[in-house]
Each structure stands twice: as C-alpha cells, then as structure tokens.
Design a protein around this ligand. Structure first.
Ligand SMILES: [Zn+2]
Length: 84
C-alpha cells in the first residue's frame, strides 16, 4: 500500500482524513476514484476538485462486491489487530 497526504472530509461522518492509502499501489487518488473513510467505512468518490462526495446506493453496492473493498476490510482488520 502506498500513502499520500491529501486532506479530505468524509461526507458521511464529517471526519477529516489527512492521508489517502492506495490499496493497488497505483499512485495518488484521481477524480472518480473510490474513497473509504477509515473511521466509519463510508463510501465516497473523489470529484474533480478532489473532494469526497457520497456514492449512491447502486455505486455502493458495486464497491461492496469488489476485491478492492475486501482488501480494505483485510487492511482494517490487520490495523485493528496491531492496535492502530
Ligand atoms: Zn466517515
């Protein structure tokens, strides 16, 4: 995983996140990339200004079924087990 400093606000819980971690190691986030809030797990999408906006139900369903979301769940479980 590679991490990039990028301040964004979760559109679900309001948490300000200071970093973005890319589970695919393909560089920093770009417009239309998926965002998952580390605090609440809320799904968002980066808009053209790199603000995170809410996904609609159909978009969220597609992400929940993806291997990337499963990688997020595994990374979060590992971080929790390590006490982070
Ligand atoms: Zn959140």
């Amino acid at each position: 995983m590679d991490s990039h400093m990028l301040i964004s606000t979760c559109p679900w819980c309001g948490k300000v996140n200071e970093f973005s971690t890319n589970l695919l190691n393909s560089g920093g986030p770009r417009p239309n990339d998926v965002s998952v809030c580390w605090t609440c797990g809320g799904l968002g999408r980066f808009d053209e200004s790199m603000a995170v906006v809410r996904m609609d139900f159909a978009e969220q369903t597609e992400v929940f079924q993806s291997r990337v979301y499963q990688a997020y769940l595994a990374a979060k479980a590992a971080a929790k087990a390590a006490g982070r």
